[in-house]
Structures are given as structure tokens and as C-alpha cells.
Design a protein around this ligand. Sequence first.
Ligand code: CP
Length: 318
Amino acid sequence: MNKDLLSIDDLSREEMESILATARKDFLDLSRRDIKKVPTLRGRTIIDLFYEKSTRTSTSFELAGKRLSADVINVKADSSAVGKGESLKDTVLTLNAYAPDIIVIRHPHVGAPAFIARYTDAHVINAGDGKGGHPTQCLLDIFSLQREYGELQGLKVAIVGDILHSRVARSNIAGFRKMGMEVTLVAPPALLPRGVETLGARVSHTLDVLDDVDVVYLLRMQKERHGSTILVPSLREYIARYCVGRRHLKRGQKVLHPGPINRGVEIEAELADSGENLILQQVEAGLAVRMAIMYRIIVDAAALQDTAGARAVQAVAD
Ligand code: CP
């Protein structure tokens, strides 16, 4: 792995497979043990810096760090000195003075994780930057799909909903394609990004296309990023055309959703409560995958340092 995980584009398919294998082999079953802790990152410090609301990502990163025995500090922007006007740069310089090993950041602005990586020696992990990317969500989604389907090459997925404002869609289109999957985006034209044809996915404006896919990936309407722009004529009309229920699914088709779900908007309540969705499996996967990411980012960096050290010693000996 690189020093930081800023984007899913930072990882090759081999690196993704390797992280997911670590999650599967070393961390998935930990939650079923009486003692849910391993000493792997004892003595390491992780700072979780969240400038946006979160349940799944913040909880699983905190729990992942604690289960790896690291010291974990959570900083929420709304209860920190950010509220007194401290800038992102000064916040990171301040936190960096504690010599953290990893900083996990969620921020409303695209590029914030890359920005803070300039001001810290810690490994930076992007936990969601505006509508930019959400690489750890992508990895946990691929992990969940592998558990359900095994090999993903050739698997067809439809991503349905507010693609325009979705960092999950951006990361997942790239990540799913890297795994050999065929991606179709389903949304009204106003909820698709400009230049959508360059993303390497097919586009549909109706749910009819669900007949032709193996997996349905639902996204919520991200009202908090719409501002004052009216993008759909009415929510009722959107629901009539894009809310997915069990009646839309073929036999064997599974539904994923990154959460939080809005019942009755993008997913019918009956589907949300049925065994046809993998939503809670995704949540479970999030913990194992984030443990694997933090473990690998530290261990791979240490291995690189050892190799560089050995080369330097060899060079002196030569
Ligand atoms: N999927 C996701 O990022 O959820 P949270 O916003 O609850 O972290």
C-alpha cells in the first residue's frame, strides 16, 4: 500500500484483493470470540477526525482501532476548537504534534484528506470527502459481494439513486470495474454527473434495467448536498420511479446500500427488512475491512522501511 489511502485509485486490484484477504483471514471472525482484541497495533495512535456526521464509518474505525489495541482518539468538528475558528491546517498541525500513526478523516470538501496529508507524517485514510470518494466503503462493499458471490469477474451491478452527489458511487464505479464487474448507473438525468459517459458505466433512466443485472446497489438522496437547487420535480415523483421494492427484484438478486437508508424513498420498508439485502453484512464487513486497512497501512510501511534499511546496510557493506 501507499503511505495514505486517499482514493480507491491508490490501490491496484492485487492490493485490494490482498487487503480483503487479510480482512477475511485475520479479522472477520474476531467479533465472534469472547475476547475481541488482538495486540497488532499496541502502542500505535489513531486519530479519527470527523467534520461530517457518521454512524457506520466513525463507529467501525473507532472499534477497529480499539480491537487492534491502538490508542484511539475521536475528534468531532462540532465539539472541537474548529467551532472557535481553527482552520483544517492548524487542526492537523496541532494533532500531528501528538505523533499519531494514522489520521482517519471525513470532511465535506473534496480533497481534504490529500490536503492534510501535506501537514502530517501520519498515514491518512479518507473516510469520505464531500462527493469525492469513500474508498473504505468501496472495499467493504467488494468484500460483501465476494462473500455472497465468490468471483466478481463479469458480475453485473446497477447503482441506483443520487449518483451526482455520491462519493460512494464515484469510488464504487472505479472499484467495481477494477474487479471486472459491469456497472450500470440508474438515475434521472439531473442526478447524474456531467461527463458520466467517461466513467466507463452504462446509463439508464429507468428501473427496467434491473432485469439485466445480478446486484442492485441503492443510494439515498443526499439532500444535504443539493443546496437550494431543485433537481427532481417532486420527491413523490422520484419515489414512484426510483424507489426499489421486492417486486422489482429477480430471484437470487441481492441489494446493497451503504446506509443510512431512507425507508420509502430509495428502498421500500419490506425490502429493507428482508433477507434480499446485504445491508447489515456490509456493516459487519466494514469493521473487518477497516481493521485490515489500518493493519496493512502500518505493516506495509514498516516492511518498506526495513527493506530500505537493509539496502542501505548492504550498500555500506559493498
Ligand atoms: N456508509 C457510510 O459512510 O455511513 P455513515 O455516514 O453512517 O458513516
